[in-house]
Write a protein that binds this ligand. Structure first.
Ligand code: SF4
Length: 387
């Protein structure tokens, strides 16, 4: 475990962006930013643009202008999450290695809710870390090794729509890179900056969205698929997972409706679908908000295979760290525009199945070897409080 002082280091009264700004001035530090899928459809809103404007290149350009050494895409680790969480689901279904339904684990507020109020049911949670949890661990191991960078010099900064991530990165167990490399007190991620904080930082530096020089992500953790992109929407994790599960079980490309899986889309706080894959009927449920989750937990859950839970309305696109649209507060109309913007990005994407991401292929070839390998379990999976 990390020393007890780590959480204190991660949760501090000062806005994290002010600390990161100072660290950028330190020539000894390598500051690496990783941006969540939803930030790119909230960033421009903070400058008063049309809600849901897709501003990925401007966001990356802003981070470079602020002094980033590297900018990576959390859609990469969303794809990694699908590889691990999807493999875990298949293992539970085919080999009975865990109880069903499997619940998603990428929302830290949902995980904490389960630990606090249903510790007897945390066994249903996937053991996969959240995409940001995975990203930090691979930045300080795989990436650092590949680029010959001392991992202790790396400052890993997650830029997210999510205030709960500030507590998540401080969880005592999330220092697996340090444990693997035998470096005490090194956390997988060091700071979390919300979209709102990034907008504020840019404005303090006098940046105007229209004058930011657009830029692209760095490799080798900078390529994501459309599947990773839609993680920001309610139902997105489910749709991304089913695309991969279909490919694995059927051994061929999923039909077109898996690339626009209508029953799992939309702003309802409970959606259900049944899909037939390789002769198996998979029953899935998508929930947002703890009220909908609480109702589900009180029901007979047998018969369900996979359940996605996010706590924010519509998913991460309206996380507490997302800005209002100029003077207009976030409403369902704004949420729908952000959701549509991510689905459009999925449709434009060169790759739309996590298995097709070339950088995912590379990290498994060079490092993890396969999903659920010993190294994957060490760096990409975690444990929860239970009883
Ligand atoms: Fe964070 Fe909300 Fe997304 Fe959960 S749903 S990960 S609390 S932004």
């Amino acid at each position: 475990q990390c020393s007890a002082s780590c959480p204190e280091k991660a949760i501090t009264g000062r806005p994290h962006y002010k600390i990161v700004k100072e660290l950028i001035q330190d020539p000894e530090k390598i500051v690496v930013f990783s941006t969540s899928p939803s930030v790119r459809v909230g960033f421009a809103d903070g400058f008063g643009k049309e809600p849901g404007t897709f501003a990925q290149d401007e966001m990356v350009g802003a981070l470079r202008a602020l002094g980033a050494d590297y900018v990576f895409d959390v859609t990469f680790s969303a794809d990694l999450t699908i590889m691990e969480e999807g493999s875990e689901l298949l293992s539970r279904i085919l080999k009975g290695t865990g109880p069903l339904p499997q619940f998603t684990s990428c929302c830290p507020a949902w995980v904490k809710y389960m630990e606090n109020f249903h510790p007897d049911k945390t066994k249903y949670l996937s053991s996969a870390k959240s995409p940001i949890g995975m990203q930090g661990a691979v930045i300080k191991t795989y990436f650092a090794h590949k680029k010959h960078i001392d991992p202790e010099k790396i400052i890993s900064v997650a830029v997210t729509p999510c205030t709960a991530k500030k507590a998540e990165i401080a969880r005592e167990e999330l220092c697996d890179a340090g444990k693997l490399l035998n470096i005490e007190e090194m956390r997988d991620n060091d700071y979390v900056i919300t979209t709102k904080e990034l907008v504020q930082w840019c404005k303090e530096e006098g940046m105007d969205l229209g004058k930011i020089t657009p830029s692209k992500y760095d490799s080798v953790l900078g390529e994501g698929t459309g599947a990773g992109m839609i993680f920001g929407n309610t139902g997105g994790v489910m749709e991304a997972a089913l695309r991969t599960v279909y490919r694995v079980l059927e051994g061929k490309e999923a039909p077109a409706d898996f690339y626009q899986l209508r029953p799992v889309r939309g702003l309802n706080n409970r959606k259900e679908a049944e899909v037939s894959i390789a002769g198996k009927n998979l029953r899935v449920c998508i929930l947002y908000g703890t009220a909908a989750a609480e109702e589900f937990l009180a029901e007979d859950m047998s018969g369900y295979h996979f359940v996605e839970v996010m706590t924010c309305p519509g998913g991460c696109i309206s996380g507490a760290g997302q800005p209002d649209c100029g003077s207009v507060p976030v409403s369902d109309a704004v949420r729908k525009k952000r959701i549509a913007s991510l689905y459009q990005a999925d449709e434009r994407a060169q790759y739309r199945n996590s298995m097709d991401n070339p950088e995912i292929g590379m990290i498994y070839n060079e490092f993890f070897k396969e999903p659920l390998s010993l190294l994957s379990e060490t760096l990409l999976h975690t444990t929860y409080e239970s009883k």
